[in-house]
Design a protein around this ligand. Sequence first.
Ligand SMILES: [Zn+2]
Length: 349
Amino acid sequence: MDRQQLLESLCQAFGPPGFEDEVRDMIRLTVTPLADRVEEDPAGNLTAWREGTSDKIVMLDAHTDEVGLIISHVDERGYLRFAPLGGWDGRLFPGSRVTLKGKEGYLAAAVGFAPPHITPPEKRDKAVPVEDLFLDAGCRSKADAADLGIAPGIPGVLDGPYRKLSDSLILSKAFDDRAGCTAAIEILTRLQGRELPYKLAVNFASGEELGLRGARVAGRRIAPNAALVLEATTAGDFPGVPGHLSPCQVGQGVAITVADRTMVTSPKMLRFLQEVARDRQIIYQLKQPLFGGTDAGEIHLAAGGVLTGVLAVPCRYLHSPSSVMDLNDLDSLINLAMAALEAMPGKLV
Ligand SMILES: [Zn+2]
């Protein structure tokens, strides 16, 4: 499978926080032949290990989950109430389509809302609070829903088919963070057959969107000497966003985090990443502080403190089913992560 096919199938896989099984299964199949061993923990992390010639450990991290939802209540007429899993903008829901993972398999549903014809004029321009939204999976009653395996606790995601917009721009759900997962797999592929000067732990983390839950466990278990988090992040290069509110831009290369809400990057790590990028002539941009947060927030605090860097693919309309990213930015991220892994011995680890 080439990189684009891998990215497409990972993006289209189902994986809201806590329900990453399908994504994890795909990744396990792909990385098992590329790793010396693969381990999983009860928090839902999957870690692919490569042995090295020293006891130092370098960690790569990409999260497997995507923003999603969970059914909270089924009413007598078969309509479903839900709660968001992760940082959603509630304005995105009305009119969207949802895939639910019922006990018997996947099911389609509409996010129902009252159309303008039956909405009082004073309410028409207002966003509907998520608590007032519901899903219509075509169930005729509560019993009918139960027959289809739909009950409180069933997870769902908004549908966002994968499309090519141009030579390098693509549209899909879940680039956050299947772009990072794709990069991590590509790096394992490129390192095949090469002797490493340290152990490499490539962690595919669960539950990032609900507060970096998998990374908290994985950072402590792996206890690395240095770490790189591979992410997708918010770009603001579109109408209506002033420059000072635009964290980075699509098509301008990998975004290196200076500081976000979960970590201030150590000056040593930041300088190292920029030097490597300049040496190898890899196009990059610095992400404007202080937007967002990543698994680095947990990893840099693990095991007595870990030098951690964040490399991200800029994405427009992040946390929506229609995000846009540039494949050239993904290349730039993979190239910088590879170059950093090669330059680390003697400088960082
Ligand atoms: Zn993310």
